[in-house]
Structures are given as structure tokens and as C-alpha cells.
Design a binder for this molecule. Structure first.
Ligand code: 13P
Length: 248
């Protein structure tokens, strides 16, 4: 059985102080979340220490939102896998559409970052997704398959077994227009089939996921949780979402 995961991607929200206050409120609420749901919080880099110290190696995992592919070097502004590991980070989002659109991430750098995360002992959450234009042109499946294959190119079977994938249709991100669960499931089943070894890899859906709609996704055959933006910023709504994901 594949792992169920709810990962909160806070994007560029919350100072360290605000992040600490979130965790204080969230921890007691998270007790209602079934154990089989892995909860991941991905704050900005500057809040990793504040969040990590409060999670204190409990059941909630710490994630980051990006990683550089080198361990160290002259890369102003970048953060490497060993730096994240030292903060207790276990997951890292790679290839988010906002990184691709605003920060120049390409299929090649996404592949390098995925490999670096794995080599550094982190679990990459590799994100792919199509624009509305591509979807309307009937090219969603082909596009996400292409991005998925590109990101995983050259990885060993044992590395592929350690990754997490996320399908985030760009038109559904932050729009309130979530993808129909059956449609998302079809895309995700195609992703699972496009590279050998993905049968047991969790694939998360992202794009306007809320406490009210997550169960309709996790009920699908190929959807193993959510990558959540806006609804992960409020402790009560994220706790309810994680609980509903596990059918609590
Ligand atoms: P929203 O949940 O705000 O639509 O964001 C989704 C997302 O981009 C998570 O990575």
C-alpha cells in the first residue's frame, strides 16, 4: 500500500515567528489525523529552524521548497541538500511550476535537483503540471509524461522507489478551480505508467485542494494525498484537510 501524504507548501508566506505560532496551534489539532497520513510542512528557508525545533522529530515532517544541485559553491542565494539536512529537513519540493515560471527552472535543472536531493538523503517531491493552454489543446497527458520522464532520467531503480511525485495543473493553482478528481486521476495514472518503477511511488494532487475536497482525491486509485498551498496556511484548515485525507 502506498503512503498517504499531505504536504503544505507555504510558498513565500510566514516569518519565522509566524511559522512558530502556526506549529503551536497545529500540533494539538494534528492529533486527530490518522497515523497513516504523513504530514509535511514546507515553510520558507528562513522558518525551517523555528518549525523544525517545534516539530522535534515527532510525526510531522519538515520539508523545503527548493534545493540547489551542488553541495556548495559560488551560487549566491542558493541552498544545498546538506544545509537542509542539518535543519532536519526530510522532504524537498522540486520543479514547482512557480520555480519553473519565475526562477528559470528547466527540465534539466529539475533533474539535477531531484538527483541532488536523493544523493543528499532527502525525499524529492517532484512537481509537474500543464498550463490551461496545453490542457485545452488535449496535451496534458503528453506534457506531464514528458516532464516526469525528464525529471527522473538517469535515476536508478532504488532512487525512483524513494521519490514522491506531484501533479499540479497550473490552471488549478490558487484559482479555486480544482481539477475534477477523476480527470486528475487519469493524468496521474498516466504519469505512473510513463517510467518503470512508479507503481508504489506516492503521487500527490495539487491545485486548490481544501479540507472539503481532499477526500474526493484520495478516494481515487492513483492519488495518494495533496500538495497544498493556500489551505495549508491556517492550522485548523490544514489539520482538517489532513484528517479528511485519511478518511477520519
Ligand atoms: P493552492 O493550494 O493554493 O492552489 O496551491 C497549490 C500549490 O501550488 C501547492 O504547491
Amino acid at each position: 500500500m502506498r503512503q498517504l501524504i499531505c504536504a503544505g507548501n507555504w510558498k513565500m508566506h510566514k516569518t519565522a515567528r509566524e511559522a512558530g505560532a502556526f506549529v503551536d496551534t497545529f500540533l494539538p489539532l494534528a492529533r486527530a489525523v490518522p497515523e497513516r497520513v504523513e504530514i509535511v510542512i514546507c515553510p520558507p528557508f528562513t522558518a525551517l529552524a523555528a518549525v523544525g525545533s517545534k516539530l522535534n522529530s515527532g510525526r510531522i515532517r519538515l520539508g523545503a521548497q527548493d534545493v540547489h544541485w551542488e553541495e556548495s559553491g559560488a551560487f549566491t542565494g542558493a541552498i544545498s541538500a546538506p544545509m537542509l539536512r542539518e535543519h532536519g529537513v526530510q522532504y524537498v519540493i522540486v520543479g514547482h511550476s512557480e520555480r519553473r515560471e519565475y526562477f528559470g527552472d528547466t527540465d534539466l535543472t529539475v533533474r539535477l535537483k531531484t538527483a541532488a536531493a536523493l544523493a543528499g538523503g532527502l525525499t524529492p517531491i517532484v512537481a509537474v503540471g500543464e498550463t490551461l493552454e496545453l490542457r485545452d489543446a488535449g496535451r496534458a497527458l503528453a506534457h506531464v509524461a514528458l516532464q516526469t520522464r525528464a525529471a527522473l532520467e538517469g535515476l536508478s531503480e532504488s532512487d525512483i522507489a524513494r521519490i514522491v511525485l506531484a501533479y499540479e495543473p497550473i490552471w488549478a493553482i490558487g484559482t479555486g478551480r480544482n481539477c475534477d478528481p477523476a480527470e486528475a486521476n487519469a493524468v496521474m495514472a498516466a504519469m505512473r505508467a510513463c517510467v518503470p518503477g512508479l507503481r508504489d511511488v506516492p503521487i500527490l494532487y495539487g491545485g486548490s485542494v481544501k479540507a472539503e475536497n481532499i477526500a474526493a482525491y484520495t478516494a481515487q486509485s492513483d492519488i495518494d494525498g495533496g500538495l497544498v498551498g493556500g489551505a495549508s496556511l491556517d492550522p485548523a484548515s490544514f489539520a482538517a484537510l489532513c484528517a479528511n485525507a485519511g478518511g477520519a
